[in-house]
Write a protein that binds this ligand. Structure first.
Ligand code: AKG
Ligand code: FE2
Length: 342
C-alpha cells in the first residue's frame, strides 16, 4: 500500500507561491506554513513567483549550453583535480554518487563561496577582512572563457539573496524569530553546480544514471531545471517518482544539515537523475549550507527523546562537510590527502 502522503500524487510536490515573501509578517508566515508542511512530508516542493525574471533564467541556460559545447581542453583548464576545494569542471563519469553504478553520466562545473573573489563582496557582507589562512581563491575558472565567470556570477548574485530569504522563512516555519539563523548564515557555504546530462539509454546490465541516488549534502537546495524531465525522487515505498519540470519554478529540497537540525522531522529525501528522453538536459542546482565555522545542534523544538534517529550530536558544519563531500571523489588530491583521517 502506498503511503497516504505519497498516494496523493497531485499534492506530492506542492507548488508554493512565494510572491509575497517581502510582504507583511502574516503573509510571510503563511508561506512558512506551506513550506513546513512540504518539508515534513516529502522534503521536495516547487516555488513560483520567486522574482528571478524568466529572461535571466533563459539567459543562464544559454550560457550553460555554450560552456558545455566548448572543446574539452578549454573546460579541462579548470579541472576539478586542480582545485583543493573540489570546484571546477568535472568531465563525464568523474563522480559516482551511487557505488552500484558505473559512474555519473554527466559533466558539471561547480563554483561557490569564496571570500577572495570580488564578485562576492566578502567584506561588505561580513564587515570583516577575509581570513588570512587562505590566500588562493576557492574557485577555478577556465582562462579562455571569461564570459563564463561573468555569466555565472550574474545568476549567483540573484539566487543567493533568494536563498537567504528562504532561510528567514524557514526560521518562521520553526516558530522562531525570523532572524534566528542569521548568525549561522553570515557567509554561508554555497555550491552552484552547472550540469549537462546527455541522453543515457537504459541498460539492463547496469544501472545507468546521470546522477546516482543521493540525499543532498546541503541545508537547502534550489534546483533550476530546464524542460527535459529526468529528476526522480524515491518515495517511502521504494518507488521512483518524477519531479516534472514546471516553467517559472525552482525545485527546492531539504538537505541533510536541515534534516539533522530538525532531528528527522524534515526529510532529506533520496533522489537521482536519469535522462531517458533522447534530448540533452541542463540543470543548475544551488546548494546552501551554513557558515563553515558554525555549529549546528538539533533545534530546541525537536530534540525530544531522540525518536528513531536518536538524538544527534552537535556538529561542526565545515568538519562534517569535508568528511562527507570527499568520498564521492575517490581520486581527487584533496581526498587522497585526507584518506587516513577518520
Ligand atoms: O539535475 C538535477 O535536476 C538535480 C541535481 C542534483 O540532485 C544534485 O546535483 O544534487
Ligand atoms: Fe541532489
Amino acid at each position: 500500500m502506498v503511503h497516504p502522503k505519497w498516494a496523493r500524487r497531485v499534492h506530492l510536490y506542492p507548488t508554493i507561491d512565494i510572491g509575497r515573501i517581502d510582504g507583511s509578517l502574516s503573509e510571510r508566515k503563511a508561506i512558512a506554513g506551506e513550506i513546513r508542511n512540504a518539508c515534513e512530508s516529502c522534503g521536495f516542493f516547487y516555488i513560483k513567483n520567486h522574482s528571478i525574471p524568466q529572461e535571466n533564467v533563459d539567459e543562464v541556460f544559454d550560457l550553460l549550453k555554450r560552456f558545455f559545447a566548448l572543446d574539452e581542453d578549454v573546460k579541462m583548464d579548470a579541472h576539478v583535480q586542480k582545485n583543493p576545494a573540489i570546484r571546477g569542471y568535472e568531465p563525464m563519469l568523474e563522480t559516482r554518487l551511487d557505488p552500484r553504478t558505473q559512474g555519473d553520466v554527466k559533466e558539471a562545473f561547480t563554483m561557490g563561496d569564496c571570500y577572495l573573489e570580488p564578485e562576492q563582496s566578502y567584506t561588505q557582507k561580513t564587515g570583516q577582512l577575509p581570513p588570512t589562512y587562505g590566500t588562493q581563491p576557492q574557485n577555478i575558472w577556465p582562462k579562455d572563457a571569461p564570459w563564463w565567470r561573468e555569466g555565472l556570477y550574474k545568476y549567483y548574485n540573484q539566487i543567493l539573496p533568494l536563498a537567504r530569504k528562504l532561510v528567514r522563512i524557514l526560521a518562521l516555519a520553526f516558530d522562531l524569530d525570523e532572524n534566528a539563523f542569521d548568525e549561522i548564515f553570515r557567509f554561508p557555504i554555497t555550491g552552484m553546480r552547472s550540469l549537462h546530462y546527455p541522453h543515457t539509454p537504459l541498460d539492463e546490465d547496469k544501472e545507468n544514471v546521470g546522477l546516482g541516488a543521493h540525499a543532498d549534502f546541503s541545508w537547502l537546495t534550489l534546483v533550476l531545471q530546464d524542460s527535459v524531465p529526468a529528476l526522480e525522487v524515491l518515495n517511502r515505498e521504494g518507488i521512483w517518482i518524477d519531479v516534472a519540470p514546471q516553467k517559472g519554478t525552482f525545485v527546492c529540497n531539504v538537505g541533510q544539515y536541515l534534516e539533522r537540525q530538525r532531528n528527522g522531522n524534515f526529510s532529506a529525501t533520496v533522489h537521482r537523475v536519469r535522462n531517458k528522453t533522447g534530448q540533452e538536459r541542463y540543470s543548475l542546482p544551488f546548494f546552501l549550507t551554513p557558515d563553515a565555522d558554525a555549529e549546528l545542534d538539533a533545534l530546541e523544538c525537536c530534540r525530544g527523546d531522540g525518536g528513531e534517529m536518536g538524538k544527534p550530536e552537535k556538529i561542526g558544519v565545515g568538519d562534517l562537510y569535508i568528511k562527507r563531500v570527499l568520498p564521492a571523489r575517490k581520486n581527487h588530491p584533496t581526498r587522497l590527502k585526507f584518506k587516513d583521517v577518520p
